[in-house]
Design a protein around this ligand. Structure first.
Ligand SMILES: *Cc1c(COP(=O)(O)O)cnc(C)c1O
Length: 396
């Protein structure tokens, strides 16, 4: 058995393989350059073109772009009418932006624990947390696997809640024959470089509801009502700011990149699914590793491939497994530190840890393996070799 790199042995590979990476090709670069040479570099026709193509691709009537996924989440919290005295329920096992957007609007995020198989929010836990103040639910499609959307929408119907799906991981995923983006009242996507489609920074909200779409457009442009009829009536300089909004606009430059990237989404999804299958096959013989599941009727977008290590079976802690893999030059990561563990949440809401035992147990054992479109077969082989090597060393 070769020595582990962490013990001074040769690493599986010579340079660090990141857990996620953008894929930019010549078409992307040309598309951006074309915009740079044109008259419009922000708020021109390419923004709408990207929004329309995106809406068509996820099967929604409207898509409203934002300057980031976080800005898009903020927009949905506004459009849902969240405000002081109101609550919104979300999962602790997410990036903090999902819960932060509730606080931006002066409302209170309430966490509901996850189901152990998908690590998505458990509808039974959501039901338990609903109060007369609850206004919205924010399920997250963790790692690209859609949340239990039917059960959540059913709860929303009976309690008159708005469902804001954080699908930052799940562009291209399907749930019972429907594409993510066409299911919830509003669905949020992120175009950060590690996500399926990137615009550098950027985000999008998909919705079928024209009123929600109008509120989202208002919010991302300072709350300015740009209705042309008002403008004509009072002179061409006239505009009205009717609510407190922000400058959360996506640029034409970014939209051109997004449009070009979106054309390659299917290929991107195919390679992620293939990598997931290769990992599944390679790790099926390792009882120390709990592999991510795909429930029947669901097609994951495989943003992440999060394994859980069965720590009691090992001579290493999760931190030691993590460090050993990093030493082999495999850029593993952990998604996520539960939101209620962060100092801001502890101090502001009084969390002590222990409130959400299933999310916390997941967090204690999670390790995200590299997963991105541009990974070569050699990259995949290196990840597998490193995981097998580390497991051999730490089996009891
Ligand atoms: C990436 C991400 C966001 C935030 O998106 P940005 O575009 O980086 O602002 C929100 N929620 C989840 C779950 C994410 O993964």
């Amino acid at each position: 058995m070769a020595d582990l790199a962490i013990h001074g042995g040769p690493p599986v590979r010579g340079s660090l393989l990141p857990y996620g990476h953008q894929d930019i090709d010549d078409d992307d670069i040309e598309a951006v350059v074309r915009i740079l040479r044109s008259d419009w570099i922000t708020t021109g026709p390419t923004v709408r073109e990207f929004e329309d193509a995106f809406a068509a691709s996820v099967g929604a009537r409207h898509a409203v772009s934002f300057s980031s996924g976080t800005a898009a989440l903020h927009g949905t919290a506004f459009a849902a009418g969240l405000g002081p005295g109101m609550e919104a329920i979300t999962t602790p096992l997410t990036f903090c932006a999902t819960a932060n957007c509730v606080i931006y609007q002066g409302a209170t995020p309430v966490f509901a624990d996850v189901t152990p198989d998908t690590m998505n929010i458990d509808p039974a836990e959501v039901a338990r947390r609903i109060t007369p103040s609850t206004r919205a639910v924010l399920p997250v499609d963790f790692a690209g696997h859609p949340a239990d959307l039917d059960a959540i929408l059913e709860l929303a119907r009976s309690h008159e809640l708005v469902v804001i799906e954080d699908a930052s991981h799940a562009l291209g995923a399907e749930h019972r024959g429907r594409r993510v983006g066409s299911i919830s009242h509003m669905t949020v996507f992120s175009f950060h470089p590690v996500k399926h489609v990137t615009t550098g920074e950027g985000g999008m909200v998909a919705t079928d509801d024209p009123d929600l779409a109008a509120r989202l457009r208002l919010f991302r442009n300072h709350g300015i009502d740009s209705d042309a009829r008002n403008r004509q009536a009072s002179g061409q300089w006239h505009y009205e700011m009717v609510v407190l909004g922000y400058n959360y606009r996506l640029t034409d430059i970014a939209s051109a990149l997004g449009l070009a990237q979106l054309r390659r989404l299917e290929g991107n999804l195919r390679s992620r699914r293939r990598i997931a299958r290769l990992y599944d096959e390679a790790f099926s013989g390792l009882p120390e590793i709990v592999r991510p599941v795909e429930r029947p009727g669901v097609s994951s977008a495989w943003h992440l491939y999060p394994i859980r290590v069965d720590v009691p079976r090992l001579r290493f802690t999760r931190a030691e497994v993590f460090a050993a893999l990093r030493a082999e030059n495999i850029g593993v990561n952990v998604h996520y530190i539960p939101v209620h563990h962060h100092p801001y949440y502890r101090e502001r809401f009084g969390y002590q840890g222990g409130e959400y035992p299933r999310s916390e147990a997941c967090y204690e054992s999670l390790i995200s393996l590299p997963m991105f479109h541009a990974m070569t077969d050699q990259d995949v082989d290196d990840v597998i070799a490193a995981v097998v090597k580390v497991m051999e060393h730490c089996q009891r």
